[in-house]
Ligand binder design. Structure first.
Ligand code: MN3
Ligand code: MN3
Length: 331
């Protein structure tokens, strides 16, 4: 008979879960604590093409966060070892619901109901966006059955990292790019909170994936790595088309594609692999939107206009995740 267990936090089940729990909690935020109405004038000043691209970018992000909240996290939670690890994933799942809702908070402020309905209709019919969702979902759905293999769990975690560290960034580009020029700054404060969350999600899920990967034979590792690259190539190709669709009217296509490759490499690093995309230079405005330091060690506070709580938050940087390497060595 199945024995049900209670999550016991008295003894940590590994040497990273408490740190991820704490960091997730410290980054907690709610969309309604932001004031995107500060952006109404800025919105009106944007060209119709930029407004259209912005709506599509956010519409696409909404779809991906909906998938991650309603399917990705719940399916994965069921198959991950460790009740504390499951708790961290549950918390992340709840934040995904906040992410998915927060784009609507921006939409509701700047766009009409007719425009908003049109963009949700676009999201549910756009070929490339639907392809992204369908592809990632197919890996999550493999966890639906009775006997799930370790390879299927591994590939579902890979799909999750692909979604969170790779596929989101074609959407994140535009709000960062605009805010870097003083446009739509209050809305971008929300986007930056989402990016900070995705950053730890990608690292945590990547770590869980690596733990499973390390238990495989060399032969199986090669097989799965090949499968991962095929998946990534397919997503990459689709992402290029998606970018053309969303950004060609505003002339940002090639810059967005560079940013996608940059984040594709990050996704690979989260999974413990070497970068495989050639990246020359990512638009510094977009990178600065993320990396500017202040005395508070809050890498998002440069343009922070309305969320005082963030000042207490210490966000993690790539360097902080060198612990991943240390952990790998211990294993
Ligand atoms: Mn999210
Ligand atoms: Mn996430």
């Amino acid at each position: 008979m199945k024995q049900f267990k209670a999550v016991n936090w008295n003894t940590p089940e590994n040497d990273y879960v408490e740190m991820f729990w704490e960091q997730n909690l410290k980054q907690f935020w709610i969309d309604t604590e932001y004031i995107p109405s500060k952006d109404i004038d800025s919105w009106k000043s944007l060209s119709p093409e930029l407004r259209e691209a912005y709506k599509k970018a956010l519409g696409g992000l909404t779809l991906l966060d909906t998938l991650q909240s309603h399917t990705g996290m719940p399916k994965v939670i069921d198959h991950i070892e460790g009740l504390q690890n499951k708790s961290v994933l549950s918390y992340m799942c709840m934040m995904e619901a906040i992410h998915a809702k927060s784009y609507s908070t921006i939409f509701t402020t700047v766009a009409s109901t007719t425009e908003i309905d049109a963009i949700f209709e676009w999201a549910s019919t756009n070929e490339q966006l639907q392809f992204k969702a369908k592809t990632i979902d197919s890996y999550y759905r493999k966890l639906d059955k009775e006997n799930v293999s370790k390879e299927e769990i591994y590939m579902a975690l890979v799909a999750s990292v692909m979604l969170e560290t790779f596929l989101f960034y074609s959407g994140f580009f535009l709000p960062l790019w605009l805010a870097g020029q003083g446009q739509m700054v209050a809305s971008c404060d929300i986007i930056k909170k989402i990016i900070a969350d995705e950053s730890i999600h990608g690292v945590f899920v990547g770590l869980l994936a690596q733990e499973i990967f390390n238990t495989f034979s060399e032969k199986k590792k090669e097989k799965l790595k090949a499968e991962l690259f095929i998946l990534m190539d397919m997503l990459y190709e689709n992402e290029m088309k998606y970018t053309d669709h969303v950004y060609s009217d505003v002339g940002l296509g090639s810059e967005v594609k560079e940013y996608i490759r940059y984040n594709g490499n990050k996704a690979l690093m989260n999974l413990g692999f070497e970068p495989r995309y050639e990246v020359s230079e990512v638009n510094p405005i977009v990178l600065n939107g993320l990396n500017v330091e202040t005395t508070q060690h809050d890498f998002f506070s440069k343009k922070s206009t309305n969320y005082e709580k963030t000042l207490e938050v210490v966000h993690l940087h790539d360097e902080d995740f060198d612990m991943k390497k240390e952990l790998e060595m211990e294993i």
